[in-house]
Write a protein that binds this ligand. Sequence first.
Ligand code: DI6
Ligand code: FE
Length: 342
Amino acid sequence: VTPGLIDCHTHLVYAGNRAHEFAARQAGKTYAQISAEGGGIAYTVKQTRAASEAELFAQSEKRLKHFLREGVTTMEIKSGYGLDMESELKMLRVSKKLGEKYPVTIRKTFLGAHSVPAEFKGRADEYIDTVVNDMLPAIAKEKLADSVDGFCEHIAFTPAQIARVFDAAKKHGLAVKLHAEQLSDQGGAAMAAQYKALSADHLEFASEEGIKAMAASGTVAVLLPGAFYMLKEKQKPPVELLRKHGVAIALASDCNPGTSPVLSLIAMLNMGCTLFGLTPEEALRGITVNAAKALGLADIGTLEVGKAADMAIWDIGHPVDLAYYMGGNPCVGVVKSGKLIQ
Ligand code: DI6
Ligand code: FE
């Protein structure tokens, strides 16, 4: 028996998929070419805007069920494929409803600063104005988010633009976290640490300065082997430096249609070990106790008197087995808040 599993970084709610782009990439096209032709995140934004709330719910719940069968009892879900007020609210409402229909704790994250939408092309600062002045206040008022995230990258937003979003989040009493240093070193990890971010995620290109800042602020490093693998990246996150400075390491699926079409959190254990060099024990801590920390939740992630009784029951001989096998599902029971639900 382990603590119920926690997936602390997902984009589970979206419409359509990008299997055709995967095929195009295998035929030689690059992610950048596909984006320039209106594919990539923009494609998913079109699909997500066009979907009704009921359609979006139906497509997303199919994915959620895969995770629940594997003993996931808490999941974070980001918005960020709406990129306008109505569609961002729709995504967050779907996330909330998933948590009401299924025995899983859903943590909702507003990721308005994911990408500059087509109608704001070349006007990223103006788009950030609407994120900060229009979307965030409405979302905070409806209590549709627990935290606020951004994509700090040369193809997305600068640290200065993200800082504006974080200032607004703090004003509304919301926690912050950041997609940082996935493709290049923008200094995002250090910036997030300054804002006492719960986590900085990806981190392939993080510097030692950034990691030291994260250590000082207690910011968790969320590593995402699914995206690293799908993008065929070469530079691994600096696991040795994270260990040296005592930064807690979490692992997550990053479930999204473009760079991580992953439907298994357990698979991330094996990939965290083989691709990033984690030990099986570190990997398991990454989807339990450290994932809880990445979400700022103190009552889950370990089995202790006084905590919520979220548990997964396994048909295995040793915890290492969870990281050792690829595929299959050894989960034979799930307890949520003390109740056997599977
Ligand atoms: N980093 C990623 O890898 C994804 N979002 C992000 O901030 C990309 C999402 C997509 O391609 O749909
Ligand atoms: Fe992500």
